[in-house]
Design a protein around this ligand. Structure first.
Ligand SMILES: [Zn+2]
Length: 414
């Protein structure tokens, strides 16, 4: 078993303190940070000294305290640097640049041709996207603290390799080293599931809890887990392929080759199949793609059309079965539902799921959990990808290592 070194613990504590600055935009005292994180005042004082030293935090003002010394109000130094997030999706490459406070500064979106796309072509589009957001914001390359890139499918994060991307049939593509030849900044590679989960943890509907499940419901379906405040990856970074666990023995065929998978019922294509089962002659079934069907169903449901209401109610019941087992296995505080399916079906789907989940979860863990809708719909993946770069920056041992601690100690003893 891997031992956590004191450096690792220090790094986890640093991330824990920094997460508080991203959960809201209020300035904070060291006392407040200690209370919020459960860390000792001395640890917080040490970590914030290091962060002030690195220019990440600044003193925004002082709070008079009765009888004692005034307390410094600390806040993020948004201008300290920029972060880039890239979402390589099936049909487009979206690149966004953020300041250190993760405020969005500029977006670039480039379409990808449908069907076969070469890794080289995607690398070129990413390079062009990054160049475009830097130029549009006048950001010099050296101000970029890092870029996170999300690619669909299974990713080996340490080596930066796209192990398998089903949509384009990519196998073992060394994406990060291909990018490193063209883009000179720290690069971090992962997939949309991990990116969305990290975004919900740092900035979204899960920012106030430590045990969190984030459901991504689009063409592909997956679950991301944060356990005790840390993103859970599994042994080979493939944890969360919940979409391919079984909902119904001998059920509908799934694109993974098995039958009855969760995705075959609550993914966009699964929902079209539910419509087919309920209303086989519905004209929507002739639509060019699944997204169009979902959009039309949402409009019909808003007018209380019976078939659309039935499709959403049944999708909620399917979802409740799969969510019920997550509640029993993980005992989370919050389950966030997000992405395309939720953007279209919204609170109706959440309501249908909530009312059916009691049939599939034990009463005690069910009482403890709250189902929430994602608050980050339009850019959870780019934001999460940028958060990988942010985490990489906060783990930088040269910036936050023993050297800077010595410097901090010296400057404080003056
Ligand atoms: Zn499957």
């Amino acid at each position: 078993m891997a031992n956590r070194t004191s450096q690792d613990i220090r790094c986890l504590n640093r991330l824990e303190v920094m997460r508080r600055f991203y959960s809201d935009s209020e300035a904070k005292t060291r006392q407040e940070l200690a209370a919020a994180t459960g860390l000792s005042f001395a640890t917080v004082a040490n970590l914030t000294a290091e962060l002030l030293d690195a220019g990440v935090l600044v003193v925004a003002g002082r709070l008079e305290s009765r009888g004692g010394r005034p307390r410094a109000l600390l806040t993020l130094n948004a201008e300290r640097g920029a972060l880039v997030g890239v979402d390589v999706a099936e049909t487009s490459v979206r690149t966004e640049i953020f300041d250190l406070a993760l405020r969005e500064l500029h977006t670039d979106e480039r379409p990808l041709p449908l069907g076969g796309v070469d890794p080289d072509d995607v690398v070129k589009e990413i390079e062009a996207g990054v160049a475009s957001v830097l130029a549009a914001t006048g950001t010099p390359q050296h101000k970029v603290l890092g870029a996170g890139v999300s690619v669909p499918g299974l990713v080996e994060r340490e080596g930066g390799v796209s192990i398998y991307s089903p949509f384009w049939s990519w196998y073992e593509v060394p994406m990060r080293s291909m990018l490193a030849e063209r883009i000179d900044m720290p690069l971090h590679l992962d997939n949309p599931l991990k990116a969305s989960t990290l975004a919900e943890m740092w900035f979204g509907a899960g920012r106030d809890v430590d045990n969190l499940v984030v459901l991504t419901l689009r063409a592909g379906v997956g679950a991301g887990f944060a356990l005790d405040g840390t993103l859970y990856r599994g042994t080979t970074n493939s944890a969360g392929e919940w979409g391919h666990s079984c909902l119904e023995v001998n059920g509908r065929p799934c694109r993974c080759g098995n039958r009855g998978c969760v995705e075959a019922y609550v993914g966009t294509h699964g929902i079209v199949e539910t419509l087919r089962a309920i209303a086989p002659a519905d004209p929507l079934l002739h639509s060019p793609d699944d997204a169009t069907v979902l959009q039309a169903l949402a409009l019909r449901a808003a007018e209380s059309e019976a078939t659309a209401e039935k499709v959403i109610a049944r999708t909620g019941r399917y979802l409740a079965v799969a969510v019920g087992s997550l509640v029993n296995v993980f005992n989370p505080q919050v389950i966030v539902l997000g992405n395309q399916v939720v953007e279209h079906f919204g609170d109706r789907l959440l309501q249908a799921t909530r009312s059916a989940v009691a049939d599939h979860a034990l009463a005690q863990p069910l009482r403890a959990v709250e189902l929430r809708r994602s608050a980050l719909s339009h850019n959870a993946v780019t934001r999460g990808a940028a958060a990988f770069a942010l985490e990489g920056f906060f783990k930088d041992r040269e910036l936050f290592g023993p050297v800077s601690r010595v410097r901090t100690a010296r400057s404080r003893s003056k």
